[in-house]
Ligand binder design. Structure first.
Ligand code: NI
Length: 182
C-alpha cells in the first residue's frame, strides 16, 4: 500500500521518535508499505515520521541511484532502533533532497563515514560502517528520527534563500508527483 508522505510543516516531522519494541508493529506490512511508497516516489530513503509514525525505523533503497552512485545500487535495507556510534572527522559535501521537502535541494556537509548499530526486522543487532553516499543516505534518514530535516544543517545564507520555499510547502502550496499529506 502506498502511504501519503508528510510534508514540511507537519508536527510529526519535528518530534523525536520512540523505540520500536518486539511484536508492537506489523513490521513486514509496514516495511513493505514503506518500500513501495519509496519506489513510487522515486526516493532513496524514507523514515517513519515521514509517514506520520513516531517510531525509530527507516528504510533505504539505493536502486534509483545506480547511475550516479553504483555502490548504492544494491543498498536496500531496514534500520530499526538505530544509533550512530561513530562519525569520522573527515567531512563530505553532497546535494541533498527530501520527499518531505519537494523541490528543494541544497549542499549539506556531514561526516564522510559513520558506524551505526541497528536491529533488523527479526530484532537481531548489527553494526555496520558506511562511507560516502551510503553514509549520507543513512545520516539523512537518521536525522528524521531525531526530528531534524536537512535544511536545518545548511548555511544561514542558504536557509534565508529556501525560507520562502519552505513556507510555501508548509502552507500546502505543493505539487508533487507522489501522494502526500499537507
Ligand atoms: Ni528526508
Amino acid at each position: 500500500m502506498i502511504l501519503p508522505i508528510y510534508l514540511y510543516g507537519k508536527a510529526e516531522l519535528r518530534k523525536p521518535t520512540e523505540p520500536v519494541s518486539e511484536g508492537e508493529l506489523n513490521l513486514s506490512e509496514l516495511t513493505d508499505n514503506m518500500f513501495e511508497t519509496l519506489t513510487v516516489a522515486e526516493g532513496c530513503g524514507l523514515a517513519a515520521p515521514q509517514i506520520g509514525l513516531s517510531k525509530r525505523i527507516f528504510v533505504v533503497d539505493g536502486s534509483e541511484l545506480g547511475d550516479d552512485y553504483p555502490e548504492c545500487k544494491d543498498f536496500k535495507q531496514v534500520f530499526i532502533n538505530p544509533e550512530i556510534i561513530e562519525e569520522s572527522d573527515e567531512k563530505a559535501t553532497y546535494s541533498e533532497g527530501c520527499l518531505s521537502l519537494p523541490g528543494i535541494s541544497e549542499n549539506v556537509v556531514r561526516p564522510k563515514t559513520i558506524t551505526i548499530r541497528y536491529q533488523d526486522t527479526d530484532f537481531n543487532w548489527h553494526e555496520d560502517t558506511y562511507t560516502d553516499f551510503k553514509a549520507r543516505i543513512v545520516q539523512h534518514e537518521y536525522d528524521h528520527l531525531e526530528g531534524h530535516v536537512f535544511t536545518d544543517r545548511i548555511s544561514p545564507i542558504r536557509k534565508q534563500f529556501v525560507k520562502s520555499k519552505l513556507a510555501a510547502i508548509a502552507k500546502g502550496k505543493t505539487v508533487s508527483r507522489y501522494k502526500y499529506k499537507k
